[in-house]
Design a protein around this ligand. Structure first.
Ligand SMILES: [Zn+2]
Length: 329
């Protein structure tokens, strides 16, 4: 295949694009995920988006897509692609892979966990190119991950390998959405980091000026991850401490993952990773403290090279890279 339709499905946005086998995104667009609608409303929005993106990519001269790759928030039944994304209540046991198959006829359709798609993207065309063994992570609304070991994506028995967000980093820590306690995600996700900052007196001052001044968008919540990063960049003490807390927890979780999986590189993407050194310095400090075995000590932890398009590029790789990132039918 020379190009694929790539789809990235999350709780706040549906994204689609046409991506070629070099990883180039010819055309991509996104729409907000319909809120409160039933499953068919979400599906109609997605199908409409895919149609529009295909038409625009064809006009731009993209090679005609020969398959469909999808990264979707979990949980899902894999490889059937029957999805129940936590943040899309309208989709419960929604047969996404089957529906896309009906839309695209004979073309292959492959659906995987969105965090696995991100890890695949960085291994295929991003910061982990040339490494046989890599852990890819996303730190945004949640904390997710995927593993590529021996140049192959690790699916696990149910398609859920690499869920580093639910590795326990503090058994006495806060409760997690999964029902557990002290998971990495319960401490280091964007919303949990913002909540910690607010509870400790963060006033989102710069974020407010930025949004009201530059874009004039009133009435939206300013207390989000982007606002936190903006405030930390100008030295807001609480914002800096919040990112340091998240970074330290990430370092602890990654240290455990390195011991277990023996990878050569860790790639971290997602909204909170945009904080750069404000997140990565405390992360690496925690890593130095906890990753003490020789094979874990020198493993680089680097920022995503593909940025916001990693999800689409990884989704495309599911079908464009042969069976390197797909072990099912
Ligand atoms: Zn959890």
């Amino acid at each position: 295949l020379r190009s694929a339709v790539a789809v990235d499905i999350g709780g706040t946005k549906l994204a689609a694009g046409v991506v070629d086998s070099t990883g180039r995104v010819w055309h991509a667009d996104r729409v907000p995920t319909p809120v409160g609608g039933d499953g068919e409303v979400v599906w109609a929005a997605l199908a409409g988006l895919i149609g529009a993106v295909r038409a625009a990519a064809a006009i731009a001269g993209a090679p005609p897509p020969g398959g469909v790759g999808v990264g979707c928030g979990g949980p899902m039944r894999w490889p059937q692609g029957v999805v129940s994304p936590l943040n899309i209540p309208g989709w419960r046991d929604f047969p996404l892979r089957q529906r896309l198959g009906e839309l695209f006829g004979a073309s292959p359709v492959r659906v995987h966990n969105d965090a696995i798609a991100l890890a695949v993207a960085e291994h295929w065309r991003g910061a982990a190119v040339g490494r046989r063994d890599a852990l890819g992570m996303v730190v945004s609304t949640g904390v997710g991950g995927g593993l590529v070991l021996g140049d192959r994506v690790m699916d696990g028995a149910s398609g859920n390998a690499g869920h580093i967000g639910h590795v326990v980093v503090d058994p006495a820590g806060p409760g997690c959405a999964c029902g557990g306690r002290g998971c990495l995600e319960a401490i280091a996700s964007g919303p949990r980091t913002v909540a910690w900052a607010l509870a400790n007196g963060w006033r989102c001052a710069v974020a407010e000026r930025r949004v009201l001044g530059a874009r004039g968008r009133y009435g939206e919540s300013l207390a989000d991850g982007r606002g936190l990063v903006a405030d930390a960049r100008v030295g807001d003490v609480v914002a800096v401490a919040a990112l340091a807390r998240a970074g330290a927890a990430l370092g602890v979780g990654i240290a455990s993952a390195l011991a277990l999986c023996d990878v050569q590189v860790v790639v971290v993407g997602g909204g909170l990773a945009a904080a750069g050194d404000l997140l990565f310095d405390p992360l690496r400090e925690a890593l130095r403290r906890h990753a003490r075995l020789g094979f874990t000590r020198a493993v680089p932890v680097v920022a995503s090279a593909l940025g916001p398009q990693a999800g689409l590029i990884g989704a495309a790789a599911l079908v464009l890279a042969g069976n390197r990132y797909w072990s099912a039918d």
